[in-house]
Write a protein that binds this ligand. Structure first.
Ligand code: EPU
Length: 349
């Protein structure tokens, strides 16, 4: 944590292109690097910055910047990783919100604390993972979550939130929810504690992952082998943001009633759909977009990735406006053909 006497690092006219994984152009009039709770309080006490609106920026991997933010950008760089506790039923590990998520996963495996292997190679920082409740290959962050520390952006008070308080849903949490009780834009996550269950049990069953494990002859894989398989599947299917700007899946997979699902499969028997415990069905948005012929298409510098239609990419010179125009065109054609409204996953500024 930053020493309470260290000066606040305030930057002006800061180019955000390298700070968002889409590589979209935007300039922050003011950017402050946050290295601990005390830095947040110093921003709040600052005569110029204290009352200004704030935009919390982690790895910028779930963000579409359509303009220069009017808010003061708080770039979270809280460092640190430690084992908090070894219990009979779990290891509890803690990370500073500014740590790279993928490095955090790899570190826990190196230490002999498995449990996060299915979530390898997800871009972004640890602090962003509860915000959208990241998930992949059968696990969501909520399944491994213990608690987090955050600072209230109005009062400056440090608080600890458990899973219940985070109100996790599919790619959703209290940090994305507005209105009464929601915390969107109201708090800055500084540390996250994860609960890795003992004894370890592999989470298997996801088709792509099983295929990869079978191909490499891994019939009884350990956590490291699952991690390697997950990383290989992701590398084959998803663009590396360092090479081709993107924000992962651009839309959530829509959830529909059994009746609506039957209606669509009646016309399109190949529709990829998964039953949910409550009797509804989750549809593969990538399949819907692909079926509308969008794969590989572009509008301006924004495009639909050739190998996964759910991922929008920056072909080099895209603006946020072009990304949104493309996203709207996709939404319209999916609605026109299937009667389903796709909901964007990233935060749009
Ligand atoms: N599909 C197509 N065409 C496409 C894309 C997908 O037909 O262009 C089909 C696939 O063949 C597959 C199905 O759709 O049968 C699902 O595709 P995939 O396995 O790639 O998973 P997804 O539902 O598109 C979700 C998450 C990903 C996560 C993967 C693996 C969401 C919004 N996305 O993608 O998360 O990595 O499952 O668990 O839930 C992210 O959130 O940024 C993200 C990458």
């Amino acid at each position: 944590m930053a020493s309470p006497t260290a000066p606040l690092t305030i930057e002006r006219a800061c180019n955000l292109r390298a700070l968002n994984s889409f590589g979209l152009p935007a300039v922050a009039h003011t950017l402050v690097r946050i290295r601990g709770d005390a830095d947040v309080r110093r921003v709040l006490d600052h005569p110029e910055l204290g009352r200004a609106p704030k935009l919390v920026l982690g790895g910028g991997s779930n963000l579409v910047l359509t303009r220069d933010p009017r808010a003061v950008v708080l770039r979270v760089e809280v460092a640190g990783r430690r084992l908090v506790e070894t219990r009979d039923d779990a290891w509890i590990v803690e990370f500073g919100a500014g740590e790279s998520w993928h490095d955090a996963v790899a570190w826990t495996l190196d230490q002999g604390w498995p449990g996060l292997e299915n979530l390898g190679l997800i871009p972004g920082t640890v602090g962003a993972t509860p915000v959208q409740n990241i998930g992949a290959y059968g696990i969501e962050l909520a399944d491994r979550f213990d608690a987090l520390d955050a600072v209230d952006l109005i009062t400056g008070r440090s608080v600890t939130l458990d899973a219940r308080a985070c109100n996790f849903g599919y790619r959703d949490s209290v940090f994305k929810q507005g209105g009464f009780g929601g915390l969107a834009g109201k708090s800055l996550i500084t540390r996250v504690r994860l609960r890795l269950p003992r004894p370890w049990q592999p989470v298997r069953g996801y088709l792509d992952l099983e295929r990869r494990l079978a191909e490499t002859g891994q019939h009884d894989p350990d956590a490291r082998a699952i991690f390697d398989a997950v990383c290989a599947v992701r590398r084959a299917k998803l663009p590396d943001p360092a090479v081709l700007g993107n924000a992962g899946s651009f839309f959530k997979n829509p959830v529909v009633s059994a009746e609506q699902c039957r209606d669509i499969t009646g016309r399109d028997p190949h529709l990829v759909h998964y039953p949910m415990p409550d009797g509804q069905f989750k549809l593969a948005a990538g399949w819907l977009i692909d079926a509308c012929g969008w794969k590989g298409k572009s509008i301006g510098g924004a495009g639909v990735y050739e190998r996964q239609a759910l991922v929008l990419v920056n072909r080099g010179s895209a603006t946020g406006a072009e990304v949104l125009t493309l996203a709207r065109a996709i939404q319209e054609s999916v609605y026109g053909r299937f009667g389903i409204r796709l909901e964007p996953e990233p935060v749009v500024v």
